[in-house]
Design a protein around this ligand. Structure first.
Ligand code: UD1
Length: 373
């Protein structure tokens, strides 16, 4: 059997790492083996700190193909990936491809493969925000609707897929993002024990006893609109009066903060702007935070897995288990919304959570077993 695994953007890399590790346990993946696999990087994210650093830290092998899709409008980016991925599929003739998550590369490669009659497996299937203004929601729905095998992270995914008429080849396997989290956390612990912790050097605010918050923001609906971004930044500036706010910024966010003229206020506040961080440095930072504020999908899940309080700066989430069972709270995108939840948090009423079912570090093993079977 020949499998192509696809990754394109930063949040994909943590999801393919344990799957590739699972494949490696079944042999070299080369010609003559029972399982032959190839890795494709679409190049949707291309900066060193958005891409290569994750390959290094997560021990992902160099891709067999790099498609160089780069940035552009949604149509341009999707089209470029499709054109280049079709060439790879024609050359390699895989039996099945594996796509993860909900980025434009996920959509582009699943459509391309399906039209060549190649089976499509979607890891992280069934998540729905109900918000069709989110590009990722469109990517999720289209990808799931044409996928042959659907691997689901939480029970809401099973319900969503059933409602959409999908009942066969749907597998509740757990969360590959959490596989990576537990794997890398163990590595971090060993590094710290041996005094070889490189991440510590990069995050110099090493005073773990003082409280601090960590922020990530990148969603176009939050960072491309000046008034929305200003309101969010004002809330963060207020929080930074109580504790340092560490803010590793996505390239899109950094560019907009500068062009909207918001940098001066940030510079005179307790917000510390950082570049996008590598996986380990970021893990070390957020795992000890008093509070994480984010509009990311993955970080909602990761904070729930480690029991770190999380404010999601969005009106909805496709990952409801992080709210129903985890530490996540939806706070909306306005200054008032964020600060009113923050007041409750400061008064000690932050919610406690538990780790959702099957988020046990073994999701990729289940997926690889199912694919081989
Ligand atoms: C993409 C995903 C989003 C995911 C996010 C994580 C889609 C629709 N969106 O959004 O779901 O949560 O990645 O980061 O696929 N840029 C760089 N360097 C890079 C990549 C991008 O500077 O390596 C800049 C470019 O100016 C680009 C912008 O960031 O136009 C946005 O990149 P893009 O891949 O279009 O979307 P993201 O906002 O990163």
């Amino acid at each position: 059997m020949k499998i192509i695994v696809v990754a394109g953007a930063r949040p994909n890399f943590m999801k393919i790492a344990p799957i590739v590790r699972g494949f490696k346990m079944h042999g070299t993946g080369l010609k003559g083996d029972e399982l032959i696999w190839r890795l494709v990087h679409t190049g949707q994210h291309y900066d060193y700190e958005m891409s290569q650093t994750f390959f290094e830290e997560l021990e992902i092998p160099q891709p067999d193909y790099f498609l160089n899709a780069g940035s552009g409008s949604h149509a341009e980016q999707t089209a470029k990936v499709m054109i280049e991925f079709e060439k790879v599929c024609n050359a390699e003739k895989p039996d099945v491809i594996v796509v993860v998550g909900d980025v434009n590369s996920t959509l582009a490669c699943s459509i391309t493969a399906k039209k060549l009659n190649i089976k499509v497996s979607h890891v992280e299937a069934g998540l729905r925000s109900g918000d069709m203004t989110m590009p990722e929601e469109i990517n999720r729905i289209v990808t799931d609707s044409i996928s042959d095998y659907l691997f689901v992270t939480e029970k809401s995914g099973l319900e969503n897929l059933e409602r959409e008429g999908r009942s066969s080849n749907v597998f509740f396997v757990g969360n590959v993002m959490i596989d990576t989290l537990f794997f890398q956390l163990e590595k971090l612990r060993k590094q710290v024990k041996k005094g070889e912790n490189k991440a510590e050097v990069q995050v110099e605010r090493g005073d773990k006893k003082s409280k601090y918050a960590v922020v990530t923001l990148h969603r176009p609906s939050n960072v491309d609109d000046k008034d929305t971004l200003r309101g969010i930044m004002e809330a963060l500036i207020r929080i930074s009066e109580d504790m340092p706010v560490m803010f590793p910024a996505h390239p899109r966010t950094k560019k907009n903060i500068e062009s909207f003229g918001l940098m001066n206020n940030i510079n005179s506040s307790g917000i510390e702007m950082l570049p996008s961080l590598p996986y380990m440095a970021f893990l070390q930072l957020w795992k000890d935070a008093s509070l994480v504020l984010t509009d990311s999908g993955g970080l909602q899940e990761e904070t729930t897995a480690l029991g770190v309080p999380c404010f999601t700066i969005r009106e909805n989430t496709e990952r409801p288990v992080t709210i129903d069972e985890g530490t996540n709270v939806l706070v909306g995108t306005t200054k008032q919304g964020i600060l009113s939840e923050y007041t409750a948090f400061r008064n000690g009423t932050s919610k406690k959570g538990r780790v959702p079912e099957l988020w046990d570090g073994k999701a990729a093993e289940r997926i690889v077993d199912l694919l081989i079977r």
